[in-house]
Structure formats: structure tokens, C-alpha cells
Write a protein that binds this ligand. Sequence first.
Ligand SMILES: NC(=O)c1ccc[n+]([C@@H]2O[C@H](COP(=O)([O-])OP(=O)(O)OC[C@H]3O[C@@H](n4cnc5c(N)ncnc54)[C@H](OP(=O)(O)O)[C@@H]3O)[C@@H](O)[C@H]2O)c1
Length: 247
Amino acid sequence: MPAHIENYLPRANLLQGRVILVSGAGAGIGAEAARTCARFGATVVLVGRTQKKLEAVYDAIVAAGGPQPAIFVMDFAKAQGDDYQNLHDGLEQEFGRLDGLLNNASVLGARSPIEHHDIKTWLETIHINLNAPFILTKTLLPLLHKSADASIVFTSSGVGRKGKAFWGAYAVSKFGTEGLMQTLADELTDIRVNCINPGATRTAMRKAAYPGEDPNRLKTPAEIMAPYLYLLGPDSKGLTGRSIDCQ
Ligand SMILES: NC(=O)c1ccc[n+]([C@@H]2O[C@H](COP(=O)([O-])OP(=O)(O)OC[C@H]3O[C@@H](n4cnc5c(N)ncnc54)[C@H](OP(=O)(O)O)[C@@H]3O)[C@@H](O)[C@H]2O)c1
């Protein structure tokens, strides 16, 4: 791993020929990751809950001359086993394999003390942030095994490593994500599995968590893309079970 991963310099065709799925690809870091992967040559599978947002990312990729992406609209709060299987079957038919899986979609849930945490919000936050990446990854593993160099990336957070007051189900879901990543990394020999922690980044989620903060002091999603490219591309071959900070 480069000593300063945030300064990793990817070559222009780094992801050429790769098929990479990005969840939560319609906004924030996921939208930027999707556009960036396409710019470096990947065919990107855009997964998210809001069709219009996914279409805007699709249009931007095509307008920039990137490989034609695919769109799968999926709400992880509601999706059932069949929906995940349909996604698997669609990808199998279209591409026959998957080279990269970026589990990025998440919700902030409630900023609340555990004592007063709304139970329904707790369950939904854990479901979207932890259960859904498990189901998505588990369902797509057969396609990842078919790749010559597959990489799975889960998205963590600083509050997923050290408990912090009032971060509630979001923090617990990210602790779970770290555990899921480590368990899977220990089980798989042909696929690398890592976590990425974006750090404070200028998105709608960050704004909701820190409404009083000046967003101009934060890195933009575009400014934290180097570690994403490193983990999803061939240069991270052999690196697994790690939790990487973008900042
Ligand atoms: N921004 C930060 O400072 C920061 C720091 C640490 C970790 N992270 C992590 O980085 C990742 C991206 O965060 P972000 O800041 O880019 O957040 P964001 O701007 O709120 O974007 C989240 C994305 O997830 C999608 N999503 C949410 N619920 C979904 C559901 N039920 N089904 C399908 N898609 C769903 C959203 O879709 P819609 O747009 O359609 O709602 C959106 O595209 C998250 O895992 C977050 O926990 C962010």
C-alpha cells in the first residue's frame, strides 16, 4: 500500500475492462465514485433508490465519453431476496462477472442518545447500512468469483471504530460493517475485501450531521477518490482485511 494513499496516482486506463457496481450511486460520494471509475475506464453499474439521480449520473458518464453504464433502481429499505437475485441475474446476463463492488449507500438515521433512540429508525438504519450490504455482497459473490481480480469495498466511518455519543444505529452499523469486512476477508482467498473511511466530506449526509459547519472547509468527494481507485484497481492486489482512511 502506498505510504500516503491519498496521494496515489492512478494511470489513465486503470479500470479499463472492469465492471464495477456502486451502491448509492445517485448522490454524494457514490455519484463521484461512479463518475470517477468510468473516467478511468470501468463499466459502472449504478445502484440506488432514486431513478432520476441515477439517470443524471448515467448522462454525465456518457457525456464525458465513458463506457455505457447500467442502472438498477433498488431501495435497500424495501428490497427482498428476489430483488437482489434479479440484480445478480441481470448482471450475469449482461456481463457474466463482476470485478468490483463498492458498498457505499447508507443513511444517517437519528442523531440520538441510545436511551431515547427511536426503535423503528434503529432497525431501518441497521438494515440499510449493514444488512443490505451483506445481502448484496452475498448474492453477488458468485459473479465476483468469476473475475480474475475482484475487489470488494465496504464503507465505514470514524464512529465505526470508536463509539461516540449520539451516533446511535449509524455508528453501530459501521462497527458491524468493519466486522463483516474482516470476517469475509478472512474467508476469501481469491477476492480482496477492505473498508474505506471517507472522513469528513462535503455531502448531504455530512450537512445533516453537522448543520452548523461551513461546508467549504471540507474536502469534496472528488478530492478523496484516490483511495477508492487504489482499492478497486489492480494495484491493491494482495491487500485484504484492511480499513483505509481517505484523509
Ligand atoms: N460524507 C461524510 O462525511 C462521510 C463520512 C464518513 C463516512 N461516510 C459514508 O460514506 C458513504 C456515502 O455517504 P455520503 O456522504 O455520500 O451520503 P449521501 O450524500 O447521503 O449519499 C448516500 C447515498 O446512499 C443512497 N441511499 C440511501 N438510502 C438508500 C436506500 N434505502 N436504498 C438505496 N440507496 C440509498 C442515497 O440515495 P438517494 O440520493 O436517492 O437518497 C445516496 O445516493 C456512506 O456509507 C457514509 O456512511 C460519509
